[in-house]
Design a protein around this ligand. Structure first.
Ligand SMILES: C[C@H](O)[C@H](O)[C@@H](O)C(=O)CO
Ligand SMILES: [Mn+2]
Length: 429
């Protein structure tokens, strides 16, 4: 039997097994096909961007590792992304940070315009990829003391407010160009290393700065504002202005998208349990699917219990249209294209597993108080043949099956990435 026939035969057997549980595999695959994951550009170059300050990543963000082949220009990043997308089934989005604009000479963050992203818009159109966006409140002289929108100096605060306003206009133009909303996510690092004497004032300033940024109504069909909380960062261990409670309250009161980053909570706290709570009160969620190891370490997403729990919660709650699934990890110790492929394929595989769950049956058992059968069925589900369905999905999407994608990355690394010199930044290439 040929490999293709094997995959089809295994899929048919798997389909029969799911069928016996009342699960429609074709419907699950159709739903999976419609989900676009927002793949973060910053895994490709260690969050360096193209402003020319490579190695100055600041404000608590840390990338470790020195694997060769970091992308140094937008052309290199686009080429790496094209390979990554070709290894991942489905049609996905690209999440860009403002510091990835293309600037001919110095451009202040408060002066950024859509023209600095025209090349990204053109490229994304050519790839059939839609864009999401983020203002960049880090790795900058005016963020050197750890404060931006909550700064006590009004001139610094206003500089960053202007950056936020500029980024909203850029995001809206991207959304108008692509015909669907560009999610524009605001994360600021503001916080104190040591115990503050005044927790109130910075939070009042952050709320006022955000209100100033969001003052102009923009069409929700062009852009949606999201806000991202954090528990602590390196250098803001004792106090983060934009805590979970702060942004939960902000998003509810201002009708904003709430961003939950899996690495931004206490180590035993999970975002999977926050989805059904928060969505009662906010219109939509953005997820930064990440993997913290002891802290917000931004490890590549693996097929973990929490990843599966996140996807199950989205599917069980019927939230696929209200939850934007984005990724947020940056690992420089392995091939960066492989990192994208591993993390995104895992996210999709976990989503497929969730779509293949006999949720209606489980929820009926729960309603009936039959917790024995609920647990038994949930456990049996774990060894159902999802691998056969996933392989079939990859084959039908014309992307590599199993670990064969790794051969393409190895070839690309030998032909392209290994020839890049490490220390250079965009202007030097
Ligand atoms: C680069 C991203 O904006 C950043 O990772 C942010 O989303 C975050 O999670 C900071 O810890
Ligand atoms: Mn994040």
């Amino acid at each position: 039997m040929s490999k293709t026939t094997n995959i089809e035969a295994a899929f048919q057997l798997a389909q029969e097994q799911y069928d016996s549980l009342g699960v429609d595999v074709e419907a699950a695959l159709d739903r999976l096909r419609s989900v676009a994951i927002s793949i973060h550009c910053w895994q490709g170059d260690d969050v360096a961007g193209f402003e020319g300050n490579v190695g100055n990543l600041g404000n608590g963000l840390a990338v470790t590792g020195n694997y060769p082949g970091r992308a140094r220009t937008s052309g290199e990043l686009q080429s790496d992304l094209e390979l990554a997308y070709s290894l991942i089934p489905g049609r996905h989005r690209l999440n860009l940070h403002a510091l990835y604009g293309e600037f001919n000479g110095p451009v202040g963050r408060d002066e950024m315009e859509i023209e600095h992203f025209q090349n990204w818009i053109d490229w994304s159109r050519s790839q059939g990829v839609s864009l999401d966006f983020n203002p960049s409140y880090f790795s900058h002289d005016k963020a050197a003391d750890g404060f931006t929108l909550a700064h006590s100096d009004p001139s610094i605060r206003h500089f960053w407010i202007d950056h936020g306003i500029a980024c909203r206009k850029i995001a809206a133009a991207m959304g108008a160009a692509q015909g669907n909303p560009c999610i524009n996510n605001f994360w600021v690092p503001d916080g104190y290393k040591d115990t503050p004497a005044n927790r109130k004032a910075p939070r009042e300033r952050l709320a006022a700065s955000l209100d100033a940024i969001f003052a102009e109504p923009l069409s929700p069909s062009h852009t949606l504002d999201a806000v991202e909380s954090k528990l602590f960062g390196i250098g803001s261990e004792s106090y983060v202005v934009g805590s979970h409670e702060f942004y939960m309250g902000y998003a509810i009161s201002r009708n904003k998208v709430l961003c939950l980053d899996a690495g931004h909570f206490h180590p035993t706290e999970v975002i999977s349990d926050k989805i059904s709570s928060t969505l009662i009160f906010v219109p939509e969620l953005l997820l930064h699917v990440s993997r913290g190891v002891h802290w917000d370490s931004d490890h590549v997403v693996t097929y973990s219990d929490e990843l599966q729990a996140i996807m199950l919660e989205i599917v069980r709650g019927g939230y696929l249209d209200r939850v934007h699934i984005g990724l947020d990890f940056f690992d420089a110790s392995i091939n960066r294209v492989a990192a994208w492929a591993i993390g995104t394929r895992n996210a999709l595989k976990a989503l497929l597993a969730a779509l293949l769950e006999p949720t209606a049956t489980l929820q009926r058992l729960e309603r009936d108080g039959d917790y024995t059968a609920r647990l038994a069925l949930m456990e049996e589900q774990k060894t159902m043949p999802i691998g056969a369905v996933w392989d079939y999905y990859c084959q039908s999407a014309d992307v590599p099956i199993g670990a064969h994608w790794l051969e393409k990355v190895r070839q690309y690394e030998a032909d392209v990435q290994s020839k890049r010199s490490p220390g250079m930044h965009a202007q030097q290439v």
